[in-house]
Ligand binder design. Structure first.
Ligand code: CU
Length: 525
């Protein structure tokens, strides 16, 4: 029988060109598409961010109408969260999980194809909502009622986009869970899996748990808008605060849906460039799981100011502070991984260390915001904006860059230009801080978020922030250049691109990374 198949039939009839990508069930192709989609949406969301920063460069209204400004803040958030960051990490999952656990592909390859191809229509709906009669959605990415009940058709398109994105995420998650639980190579026990795989297993459960909650929230908004219900509209006896509870029951775990795979990438990169196994592997697994569980119990820290009882405020404050414990475990383990390692500082390592510093800073401002009396002052100010951009950009995005530079040689078989990669890192980290650090001061001084105009005392920091934002945006165009140059002209990558430091080698160890690993450095070839 085998001899009859001297040549591979499926290959001869495999579609090429665009049809190859439309019909592909290959986890690598799908991973690549996820990553390019993510990068495209990153640029789209970036243009929206720069529209915001251009308007805020100086006080007064000059560039856009206030309604359009609101649409920009809304769509920038939705596009970046659902279009840029989440698909980037699903792209990593598609590429790396089968390779890391020794599976031939994802468990449901056709569903994998569908998960991806739901994204472009959702993106078209989301961006297309800008051109809907009555304009795009202008309620902020949190879509608070009752504002959402009153807006035009753009809101309906946004709601449908969120439904589709949710379906895509749930299908992707089912695929990831099934692949990890059923398709590991013999001997690859759960506690031997590379940490990136663990973080995605946990993230996938989070997604399956909370995406339906978001779907419920926006569906109730939809029926409020068109079918005469009054879930959230006080005019009919509804409760707008209920929307916030439902939204944030999704929204807080969502933060960790973004952050946990980022932890996973960093947990692969830091050991590789430290030439040491990850410090405290089991505690990393348990810390990640604890963060995921706790993330369900703190949602109302986004809502201290809605008029909740002081007992509830105290509960949410202490529960939120509790999350700092497992997060601290992770940060200490990362530092201990580098401790006494033979460190080198190629681009992936630089981004991972950048992540470590700045994500931790974002974590600390989160801790500041968890304190009720402080939050009452800072609620809805630029301090909050600064906080979550340290988590989302310097956290998730920098980790994604670390992952791209780290795995690119394996993906395309070619090396990127190390010097250009380092330039990309330094441009990014400098301009990121120029853009977002001053926003802490703006927030402390009382500048509200989501407002297109501001009073004169905020001018200086806004100008600095806008300059930083444009610099950061241009740095990412430079990243595109680095990427394209690597794809077209890159030197052939060696078998083990990070000489003696390829993370995949940890999976060849007979046992999980030893957790008292201070003195144990494996051989550097
Ligand atoms: Cu939260």
């Amino acid at each position: 029988m085998e001899a009859a198949h001297a040549h591979d039939d499926s290959h001869d009839h495999a579609p090429s060109g665009l049809m190859r990508y439309v019909t592909t069930t290959n986890h690598k192709d799908i991973g690549t598409m996820y990553l390019w989609f993510s990068f495209t949406m990153f640029l789209v969301g970036g243009v929206m961010a720069l529209t915001i920063r251009a308007e805020l460069f100086q006080p007064g209204l000059q560039l856009v109408r206030p309604e359009f400004f609101n649409t920009m803040t809304t769509l920038h958030g939705l596009v970046m969260v659902f279009g840029a960051i989440m698909p980037a990490f699903v792209g990593f999952a598609n590429w790396q999980i089968p390779l890391m656990i020794g599976a031939p592909d994802m468990a449901f390859p056709r569903m994998n194809n569908w998960s991806f191809w739901l994204l472009p229509p959702a993106a078209i709906l989301l961006v297309g909502s800008l051109f809907a009669p009555g304009g795009g959605p202008g309620a902020g990415w949190t879509l608070y009622a009752p504002l959402t009940v009153q807006q035009g058709m753009g809101m309906d398109l946004t709601i449908f986009a969120i439904h589709i994105l949710g379906m895509s995420s749930i299908m992707g998650s089912i695929n990831i869970v099934t692949t990890i639980l059923n398709m590991r190579a013999p001997g690859m026990t759960l506690m031997k899996m590379p940490l990136f795989v663990w973080t995605w297993l946990i993230t996938a459960y989070l997604l399956i748990a909370v995406m339906p909650v978001l779907a419920g929230a926006v569906t109730m908004t939809l029926t409020d808008r068109h079918f005469g219900t009054h879930f959230f509209n006080p005019a009919g006896g509804g409760d707008p605060v209920m929307f916030q509870h439902i939204f944030w029951f999704f929204g807080h775990p969502e933060v960790y849906i973004i952050a946990i795979p980022a932890f996973g990438v960093v947990s692969q990169v830091l050991p590789a460039f430290s030439r040491k196994p990850l410090f405290g592997y089991p505690s990393m697994v348990y810390a990640t799981a604890s963060i995921a569980i706790l993330s369900f119990l703190v949602w109302a820290h986004h809502m201290y100011t809605v008029g909740m009882p002081v007992e509830a405020q105290l509960y949410y404050m202490f529960a939120t502070m509790l999350i700092a414990v497992p997060t601290g475990v992770k940060v200490f383990n990362w530092v201990a991984t580098m401790w006494k390692g033979s460190l080198t500082f190629e681009t992936p390592m630089l981004f991972a260390i950048g992540f470590l510093f700045l994500f931790t800073l974002g974590g600390f401002t989160g801790l500041v915001l968890s304190v009720v009396p402080v939050d009452v002052q800072l609620h809805d100010t630029y301090y909050v904006v600064a906080h979550f951009h340290y988590v989302m950009v310097a956290g998730a995005l920098f980790s994604a860059f670390a992952g791209v530079y780290f795995w690119l040689p394996k993906w395309i078989g070619k090396m990127y230009d190390e010097k250009l990669g380092k330039i990309h890192f330094w441009l990014s980290i400098v301009f990121f801080n120029v853009a977002f650090f001053p926003q802490h001061f703006l927030g402390l001084a009382g500048m509200p978020r989501r407002i297109p105009d501001y009073s004169l005392q905020f001018v200086d920091f806004n100008m600095i922030s806008s300059i930083g934002a444009f610099g950061f945006g241009l740095s990412q165009v430079f990243f595109l250049y680095v990427l394209l140059k690597a794809i077209k002209y890159g030197e052939k990558a060696p078998q083990r691109p990070w000489e003696g430091a390829d993370t995949l080698e940890w999976t060849h160890l007979p046992s999980p990374a030893p957790y008292h690993s201070f003195e144990k450095a494996p051989q550097v070839k």
